[in-house]
Design a protein around this ligand. Structure first.
Ligand code: NDP
Length: 244
């Protein structure tokens, strides 16, 4: 047999570790569920650890381990503690889903001055995602691999208009801008950064009438699972690119 035709030693499959923020309920929980079914280790972020533990218990028996972790994305010390713990425990983070959110100020007008709602939306959607991403990036850079998915909304697209939800719209538009800027910076590093709109989904935030949470989560898991070389700096819904 030609020595060069011999198969080499089988590459050890990489065991991937994912972190999902706001995963004790809604879309985040379902994303954790679908990712754990692929065999990944999933860190289920919850700002109330008890709620996280209860949610993680519902996923016992999944192909991948699910571990509840305390995570309020507005609290720098929690984010830093979690990053250190992930480093010590796993030495890597392959997937980050910035899902934590809310603050759907449905009846708020842009002419009003509810800056508390605006501040809360920005704290979670923009600064929370930014804070968590920069804390976790060293764990992705180490292995030259990462999939960062920012859960956004078509409400934040520049083509989207309407007189209400001003805090929500502005904060998701800012998240979109952050997504594109970070994607440009990380281009060529093996770490991709994309935004995903899950569509209108029947969660506590979305209310009744939206599509099933499983369907909304699938588009997020699709973006997480893109094989290399994967697109970066894009905005997707249901696996299709949409306009910023
Ligand atoms: P839910 O209200 O069902 O869940 C929101 C989750 O985010 C909860 O786990 C909540 O935790 C958590 N959360 C809120 N603030 C923080 C924080 N500061 N730190 C950590 N976790 C936090 O919402 P959805 O599942 O519907 O929404 C998930 C994402 O999808 C959001 O970013 C939302 O904007 C986006 N989205 C949703 C749409 C929809 O139709 N549902 C449409 C488009 C986008 P707790 O339980 O403690 O409150």
């Amino acid at each position: 047999m030609n020595a060069r035709a011999r198969p080499g030693p089988a590459a050890t499959p990489v065991h991937r570790v994912a972190l999902v923020s706001g995963a004790n309920r809604g879309l985040g929980f379902e994303v954790a569920h679908q990712l754990s079914a692929t065999g990944m280790t999933v860190l289920l972020g919850a700002r109330d650890l008890d709620k996280g533990l209860i949610a993680a218990r519902r996923l016992v028996g999944a192909a991948g381990e699910v571990v509840a972790v305390q995570l309020d994305v507005t609290r720098q010390e929690q984010v830093d503690t979690l990053a250190r713990w992930v480093d010590i425990t796993y030495g890597r983070l392959d997937v980050l889903v910035n899902n934590a959110g809310g603050y759907y100020d449905h009846d708020a007008d842009a002419s009003g001055n509810d800056l508390a709602a605006a501040q809360a939306a920005m704290d979670t959607h923009l600064y929370g995602s930014w804070r968590l991403t920069s804390a976790m990036l060293p764990l992705m850079r180490r292995h030259r691999y990462g999939r960062i998915v920012n859960v956004s909304s078509r409400c934040g697209a520049s083509s989207s208009s309407g007189p209400h939800c001003v805090a929500y719209r502005a904060s998701k538009a800012a998240l979109n801008s952050y997504t594109r800027t970070l994607a440009d910076e990380l281009d060529g590093t093996g770490i991709t950064v994309n935004a995903v709109c899950p569509g209108w989904v029947a969660t506590d935030l979305g209310g009744p009438g939206g599509r099933p949470v499983e369907r909304g989560a699938e588009g997020i898991v699709w973006a997480v699972s893109l094989p290399s070389p994967a697109p970066t700096g894009r905005f997707f819904q249901d696996g299709q690119a949409i306009d910023w």
